[in-house]
Write a new protein. Sequence first.
Length: 259
Amino acid sequence: MQLVDTHSHLYLSSMKEDRAEWLERLAENRVTKVILPNIDLTSIEDMHELCDLEPHTFYPMMGLHPCDVKENYIQELDNIHSHLSKNSDRYCGVGEIGLDYHWDLTFQKEQMMALEMQFEWAIKYDKAVSIHSRKSNQDVIPLINSYAKKGLRGVMHCFSGSQQEADKIIDCGFYLGIGGVLTYPKSGLQEVVKNIDLKYIVLETDSPFLAPVPYRGKRNESSYIKDIALYLAQLKGISLEEVALKTTENAHLIFKLKN
């Protein structure tokens, strides 16, 4: 059995002190690959360091998180694009990108412009995207639909929307990233995921955030992907092995991971 965590920030400072221990837990839980989305210019070096440590386990993405789109976003994007353009083979995707209307709407227009620019990169370099959408599905989904017609592919990261939104995203040829929120009793995501074919799902942790039950409220890590997979298996009435096999296959397909 193999598992893939398609969205994790294991390179953050909160994960460094006990790195050796959680690396062991990755192996123990058969998590063979972890995809690392970038956040901004300051996170690139730490992300690369972790990928260089175990290049057959960690796969980087390159992008600018919507919460970090500020006045200087053009300069930030230029610098981030330079990494992608100089060594595009190193990155399995463009991410973490998207729209976030939860914290601040000051740069709403700039977020949209940054997202479209990064969609264009993904199409140009034939990369999947990892899309962050918080309180913004009404804008993100039509944009995905528009760019999917140009060849855009990817994952709606941390999906927690409605059945109708799920169907629209799937109709665009995108996958749904399902993580710890699925295990939260009051999330309402269980009823939606029950109706979604496994061929449209990839697993993710978003560690160190959004730890699944029974770790909720604590620091998350990629080994907990097994808990999410087990919960999904029980929800659908199938085996853990079946969930692992199909979601791993999906992750390899969408991100073109090397075996």
